[in-house]
Every structure is written in structure tokens, then in C-alpha cells.
Ligand binder design. Sequence first.
Ligand SMILES: CC(=O)N[C@H]1[C@@H](OP(=O)(O)OP(=O)(O)OC[C@H]2O[C@@H](n3ccc(=O)[nH]c3=O)[C@H](O)[C@@H]2O)O[C@H](CO)[C@@H](O)[C@@H]1O[C@H](C)C(=O)N[C@@H](C)C(=O)N[C@H](CCC(=O)O)C(=O)O
Ligand SMILES: Nc1ncnc2c1ncn2[C@@H]1O[C@H](COP(=O)(O)OP(=O)(O)OP(=O)(O)O)[C@@H](O)[C@H]1O
Ligand SMILES: N[C@H](CCC[C@H](N)C(=O)O)C(=O)O
Ligand SMILES: [Mg+2]
Length: 493
Amino acid sequence: MMKLTEIVDVLHFYRQSKDIENLSIKGLEIDSRNVEQGDLFICIKGFTVDGHLYAQQAEKQGAVAVIAEKPVDVSIPVILVNDTTKAVALLANKFYDYPTEKLNVIGVTGTNGKTSVTYLLEAIFKEQRKKTGLIGTIQMKMEDDCFDVKNTTPDSLFLQRSFQQMVNRKIDTVFMEVSSHALDLGRVYGCDFDIAVFTNLSQDHLDYHESMEDYLHAKSLLFSQLGNRYDEKKPKFAVVNKDDPHSKMLIKSTSQPVITYGIEKQADIQAIDVKLDANGSTFLLKTFDEEVRITSKLMGNFSVYNMLAAASAALCTGIPLHTIKRALESTTGVSGRFEPVNLGQPFGVIVDYAHTPDSLENVLETIRSFVKRKVYVVVGCGGDRDKSKRPLMAGAAVKYADLAIFTSDNPRTEDPQAILNDMVAGLQGNNFQVIENRQQAIDEAIRLAEKDDIVLIAGKGHETYQLVKGEVHDFDDRLVAANAIKFNWNKEN
Ligand SMILES: CC(=O)N[C@H]1[C@@H](OP(=O)(O)OP(=O)(O)OC[C@H]2O[C@@H](n3ccc(=O)[nH]c3=O)[C@H](O)[C@@H]2O)O[C@H](CO)[C@@H](O)[C@@H]1O[C@H](C)C(=O)N[C@@H](C)C(=O)N[C@H](CCC(=O)O)C(=O)O
Ligand SMILES: Nc1ncnc2c1ncn2[C@@H]1O[C@H](COP(=O)(O)OP(=O)(O)OP(=O)(O)O)[C@@H](O)[C@H]1O
Ligand SMILES: N[C@H](CCC[C@H](N)C(=O)O)C(=O)O
Ligand SMILES: [Mg+2]
């Protein structure tokens, strides 16, 4: 229980419709359907509906007061503020007693590699025997307990509540993906990050952000909001990829010490003598005063960048280089990221989460560098997402693959055929086919594959569903591929 006057104090400027002096609240809630007796309900104007429409339902379910941006027709007190999204972040922070100040929080942003870097960080910190938490696209973790999440970066209320649970469990360090949507929508407003990591920036999400500049600006908020004073005892750090030109702007955005990493340009933490092959990657990791060779099972230049990002952040916290080496060398990869499906068939099948032009190009380039024969790629583009990336992804597919099979990937509310038309419009050449049904597309690629070929199934990675017109259908690329392999393999033997 908390006194209402005490919690609303964090809002500073507000108008109240009634006296709130003797009220106490049990919890905070932004979804009327979940309101319980004694809650404070906060109305959020969303993209789909306006939460102000649900104030009455919240009252019926026992809310003691409402925070809103405009008057609502309820008999309980209404507290009016300019921005309820910002208000809920402030209220949650206070209600859960500023949990991020008691945790070490490492935020990772960038177009590609966020999930991969957070899992590498988890491996390093576990090697150092730290209690860890993780929040991102695949799930939320508290030590080894896993929880479902709806968004890569959840809303501020869910976040602060989860952080408090982590504090209660005595978790030491949390690794967290910070999406541009979250930064723009204030989901991480008030989070006290200790380290901000930038992976890279390339085209995505231009349905949401007006331009690449706008997208970069959203990412830069993680850096401009990093700490607001210099704390000698616990300094904050910004970790950026020197080889990505967007880093220049991020370096300017922060008042905190910056550590750079890279392969091409000279950086504080550098990979030199990088060698990539079908078994993984090896490179010399040079820090300010030490160097060590890393030999990893992770494939591709992009994985070297991810390892550099994680190693740099870990070094900022004082983890020794030999511990980082041990962790990176024993990591086998993340679910749905360059994940092989191997049933002993004579060709390779890889399931990957590449769903941007840049990541698809990176993954295909990596496969091209070691494949002995043909490359097949099965890929689609998500509905209700950046339309301008569709022809670019299709272009990357036909550039590197011997045959690209374009198919559906979470059409959501769009017509799958219209998405496919956007993908293939303007494509040159004839090394592609369109098979709308994803299962049939995967079956076809696996039916065609012969000894030493590689089939890349891109875009859905760890996902276990296909979203079609508001319905969630079971769909797991790894299971579909395994069934197709079994079917074709049995036929041949
Ligand atoms: C565009 C967007 O970001 N939408 C997010 C937003 O949903 P919304 O604005 O549609 O919410 P809404 O349904 O209009 O509801 C408004 C308010 O009314 C309330 N409500 C609603 C119904 C009701 O009966 N009662 C009630 O009180 C809701 O609880 C909410 O507070 O708020 C929801 C709750 O926080 C989010 O789950 C949802 O993310 C959706 C699922 C989404 O797809 N978001 C994507 C674009 C996204 O954020 N992606 C990034 C990752 C990108 C990447 O990594 O590549 C991410 O961080 O996940
Ligand atoms: N550093 C990188 N640079 C470019 N591509 C990468 C990099 N790391 C991973 N990828 C590719 O991008 C895909 C997605 O990687 P990952 O899930 O780590 O990114 P993410 O930033 O978390 O994506 P999302 O925005 O969907 O959460 C991988 O499957 C791989 O194909
Ligand atoms: N976080 C990304 C994931 C895309 C995954 C892909 N399978 C799709 O549905 O487009 C998004 O929501 O845009
Ligand atoms: Mg992710």
C-alpha cells in the first residue's frame, strides 16, 4: 500500500478533480481488464484504442483513482496530467522503489544484433558467477527462470515491476534490448542504465519512424539519457561500434565516457586478424593493455562484432579478459539465430532471424563464403511493417542465393500476396519463385537441395507462430524444416 498523495508527488504538475488526501493504492494498472480493488488506473492513448474509454470499467473493477490527460466520466478522483505515458513511467519507478538504481543495467540498442549481444553478455556474466537478468525479443529471464514477453522492450509498468522482482531475487546485472520504439514511446523513461551499447544502424521500421534520421534520433536517446551526473564511484559507459558511421552522432549525444570497438577502424577494443570459416570465427581481441585470441563457434563477421560489443561492455564492469574468452569460446549461439537443423541430411539447413536488408545480406554473405554448392533462401516480409524494406530484402536474397523462394512471414492484417508483390516488384533475373504458403516454400527448398547445398530459412528464427489476420497459428521453421527433411530423406533411402 502507498499513500496516493505520496506517489503522485513525482508528477509535480497536475490537477485533481477531488480530494485525494486519505486514499491509498495497492497497485498501478494501465489495462482496465486487469484492474483490481485498490488500483490506480492510468489512461494511455494507444495506437489502437484510447485508454480513457476504459476509465469507467476500471472504476467498476475497484480502481480508487484515475490518471488521465482529459476529463473522464467517473466518480472516483481524476488526476489530470499532460502526458500519461511519461506519468506511468515516473509513477512505476517510485512505486517499485527505483529498482534500476539497485541493479547494474546494460542496455543494448541498434538495428541488428541486440538479442545476440544480450545473450553473449549473459554467458560472460554467468561465467563470472553473477546473478543475471535478461529482457528482450525471445523472453525475459531471471537467472534461469523464463517468462514470456509481448514486446522486445516492454512498457514501463511491466519493466519496473520486473526490475523490482529482480532486486528482490538479488540479481546483480540485467541485460536489456532497448528498441527504438521503446525509446520513442518512453517505455524506458527513468531507467537508470549503467552501460549503453550500440550495435549498428541500417534500414528498418520506416513505417514507424519518419526517416532514418528520426530512427537514429530515437536510438540516440539511450545515450543522451545515460546518467545525468558523473559518478566517480560508479561511472556510466557508452559502448559504440566505431565502424558504423552513426556512432559519431551517438558519441556526441552522451556526457559519459565512451569505449569504442571495431574491426576496420582503429578502436579501443579491436578485433584483428579475423578469420571466418564454416566452423566459426577466430580473431585477436585487443584491449587497452591486453590481447587474447578468441576462437568461437559463432559464424560470420557480424558475430565478431557482437562478441566485441559484449566483451567491451563486460570489460567496462571489470570482468577479466580470460573470463570473457572462456565464455565466448563456449557459447554455441542463440535460439533461432543461425541455428542449424541437422538430422544427418547431406546438405545444410539454417534457420535465422534476419528480417532486415542488412542482416539478410550479412547472413547470406557468410553462407556464400563457405558453401560448396548452391544456396537456397526461403524468406518473406512481415505485414504491417516497413514496406520500403521489402524490395531491398528480396534484392539481397536474389543477389546471393542461387534460388530465392519468397513466402509469407507474419502477414498480420495485410494480404500476403500484396506483400509478395511489393517484394518482387522491380526484381531483375529469374532466380526466384513465389510460394505464398510458408510450409510449402520450406518443403520445396528442402526437396530441391542436394549434397553440399545450404538452405537458409530467414525471418522468423525463434518464433513459434504465424500471425494472420489477428489469429495466431502454430508455426516453427525448425519443426517444419525437420519434417521436410525427414520426408525427403526417407523417400531417398
Ligand atoms: C505500436 C506499438 O508499439 N504498440 C504497443 C502499444 O499498443 P497500442 O498503442 O496499440 O495499445 P492499445 O491497444 O491502443 O491500448 C491503449 C491503452 O488502452 C488500454 N486498454 C485497452 C483495451 C482495454 O480493454 N482496456 C484498456 O485499458 C491498454 O492497456 C493501453 O494502456 O502498447 C502495447 C502495450 O505496451 C504494446 O504491446 C504494443 O506493441 C505492439 C504489440 C507492437 O507490435 N509493437 C511493435 C511495433 C514494437 O514495439 N516493436 C519493438 C521491437 C522492434 C524490433 O526490435 O525490431 C518492441 O520493443 O517490441
Ligand atoms: N551485428 C549484426 N549485424 C548485422 N546483422 C546481424 C548482427 N547480429 C545478428 N545479425 C543478424 O540479424 C538477425 C537478428 O539478430 P538479433 O536477433 O540478435 O537482432 P535484434 O537486434 O535483436 O533484432 P530485433 O530488432 O528483431 O529484436 C540474426 O539472425 C542475424 O541474421
Ligand atoms: N521486432 C521485429 C520482428 C520482425 C520479425 C518478422 N518475423 C516479422 O514479423 O516481420 C518487428 O516486430 O518488426
Ligand atoms: Mg531482438
